[in-house]
Design a protein around this ligand. Structure first.
Ligand code: B12
Length: 503
């Protein structure tokens, strides 16, 4: 029996469909018994898992998906305790965190295996191995040893307990993978109100991203590959969501939903009659190449907002990020203008405070953001601090040169300082000096007051006007320092940032 577990991501938000586990579970249908437990829906996940493991007996396998941040924070003590109570339990981790930090995970005695990258087939192969259903590829004296199997994407411990990883598997093509079995989760509990619509649900329709930006964790996962589902498959999902759960808005969580113009144009045509609102993530240079016809089709099919990695107002920084393609700050301004004419909101994310000169970098981008807002005040701005991922490239090299080292144990990863790091809120990165951090914070506060987000559905017109009025002098004089009055006002009206937590 395989018990999948999705650790709680955040107590303060309504949960997102556990897509990773639906995807991995789909390939087990008809081969293995499994169930999905979601920590976001349970009051006492430890008790629930303990009970299920007891029921499942000695062959129980606990398979956990782990993102950095709150999920890791919950997964560590939970897995440690479950292993203590059930020493024969096999615990397997997969997802973004273990993909990158597989060796640290395997050094913990409560993690037996790690599946790296898109794990559908690797997981199935590992299960076959653990259930004695595979033949070793090489016949050696140690027939049951994993070194005999070379399962791509598997990381495991050698006989001395040392972490070892096989190379990543090629990413599976989502269009050929079995469909998710929605009966495995209580879907209606994941339908939530957002600024897009009263009944919003998420989906993920492609794997990977064809770019190699060296601040992005996706590169470690897919190494520059991008494989989509077809427009017909996407239409099928949209109709299913609409008919079965009365969904009126879809968030496409793909790393790069808009990579292929033909797919998006066809999808837009196919779902135009549904009256859905939708959102996705894309690249500025890619979407600047879209024809006017495609932009009009997307608008008519209900596209409301696109999350775009603008990253920086400096061409030099973009180059150092290996942003690739044809990205320039001018392109960002062009797309902001173009989207305004279609009434589709650009949600621009920026990575602030990049080494080696974080001060200059941050100031240049702050000024750039002002230019963006001048062109299109509706543009949403999301600011992150640069947080390294273990990838070759200028930024990571420079971070290391400044004394940056990743934690070597899971306990250190879940310490408060590193949890902040994982959520891109860390104050402790060697190249970010406290005053710069404060300046960025202050700027964000003034900007959010002068241009209140459209994604907070509870912000009434009067509240928006009040925020704008009180922040106006600061914005115009660029006096951002210590905006205590705006902080108080934001608290009073419980201002909410867009989907992410920002700084
Ligand atoms: C949905 C999502 C969330 C949801 C939670 C999802 C959940 N599980 O409950 C929410 C919105 C809560 C969230 C939060 C955060 N997220 Co998030 N999230 C995503 C997102 C957009 C999609 C993940 C997904 O479901 N993909 C679809 C599935 C099918 O793919 P997958 O997850 O990669 O799963 C495959 C493999 O990873 C693997 N696999 C995964 N799990 C397992 C488990 C087992 C057992 C096995 C065998 C295999 C396996 O196989 C799967 C199938 O191929 C990704 C980006 C992306 N597009 O992938 C970011 C992403 C994972 N998030 C990220 C981050 C940083 C966060 C935060 C920690 C910080 C932040 N500020 O955003 C916060 C936490 C904040 C909080 N308070 O909780 C980063 C991770 C970066 C990194 N360095 O690793 C990502 C990559 C975004 C990014 N580009 O930076 N997130």
């Amino acid at each position: 029996m395989i018990i999948f577990y999705n650790p709680q991501s955040s107590a303060s938000r309504k949960p997102v469909l556990p897509m990773s586990l639906l995807a991995v579970g789909a390939v087990l249908e008809g081969h293995y018994e499994y169930e999905i437990v979601d920590g976001n829906l349970e009051d006492d996940p430890l008790a629930v898992l303990h009970g299920r493991i007891q029921q499942a007996g000695p062959a129980a396998i606990l398979a956990v998906t782990v993102m950095p941040g709150p999920q890791l924070q919950q997964a560590v003590p939970l897995c440690r305790e479950l292993k203590r109570r059930h020493p024969h339990l096999t615990i397997i981790w997969g997802g973004y965190f273990p993909t990158q930090h597989w060796d640290v995970c395997l050094r913990a005695d409560y993690v037996d295996y790690v599946i790296r990258g898109h794990g559908e087939y690797a997981f199935l192969q590992l299960l076959d191995h653990l259930h004695g259903r595979t033949q070793p590829l090489l016949l050696t004296a140690h027939r049951s040893s994993l070194t005999d199997f070379q399962i791509p994407g598997l990381a495991y411990k050698d006989t001395d307990g040392r972490p070892i990883t096989n190379p990543l598997a090629p990413i599976p093509a989502p269009k050929n993978l079995p469909s998710w079995n929605f009966d495995r989760v209580p879907v209606s509990r994941y339908v939530r109100p957002t600024f897009l619509g009263s009944r919003t649900l998420g989906y993920h329709s492609s794997y990977g991203c064809p770019f190699f930006c060296n601040f992005c964790a996706v590169v470690n996962m897919v190494n520059g590959r991008w494989l989509p589902q077809t427009a017909v498959q996407l239409e099928h999902i949209a109709r299913l969501y609409h008919e079965k759960w009365q969904v009126n808005a879809i968030e496409f969580y793909d790393n790069n939903f808009f990579t292929q113009e033909a797919r998006i144009a066809e999808f837009s045509e196919r779902i135009a009659d549904l009256g859905l609102a939708w959102w996705g993530e894309g690249r500025i240079d890619t979407m600047m190449q879209y024809s006017d016809r495609t932009w009009a089709l997307m608008r008519d099919a209900g596209l409301k907002m696109v999350f775009l990695g603008a990253e920086s107002g400096s061409l030099d920084t973009l180059k150092r990020m290996d942003k690739g393609g044809q990205m320039t700050p001018e392109k960002t301004l062009e797309i902001v203008r173009r989207m305004k004419s279609y009434g589709i909101v650009p949600e621009l994310s920026f990575v602030m405070g990049n080494p080696p000169d974080p001060e200059a970098d941050a100031h240049q981008t702050m000024n750039f953001i002002r230019q963006v807002k001048q062109i299109n005040p509706a543009a949403e701005i999301i600011m992150y601090l640069y947080t390294p991922v273990p990838l070759a490239g200028d930024l990571y090299d420079e971070a290391q040169a400044e004394g940056f080292v990743f934690p070597q144990t899971l306990d250190e990863w879940v310490s408060p300082a590193w949890l902040n790091f994982s959520q891109r809120r860390s104050l402790t990165m060697p190249w970010i000096k406290r005053p710069l951090h404060k300046q960025l914070h202050d700027f964000e506060r003034v900007l959010n007051a002068y241009y209140p987000t459209s994604t907070d559905t509870r912000l009434t017109g009067a509240r928006r006007r009040l925020l704008k009025l009180l922040s106006s002098w600061r914005y115009h004089t660029r006096f951002y320092r210590s905006p205590l009055e705006l902080r108080a006002l934001h608290r009073l009206i419980a201002y909410q940032r867009p989907e992410t937590s920002g700084f």
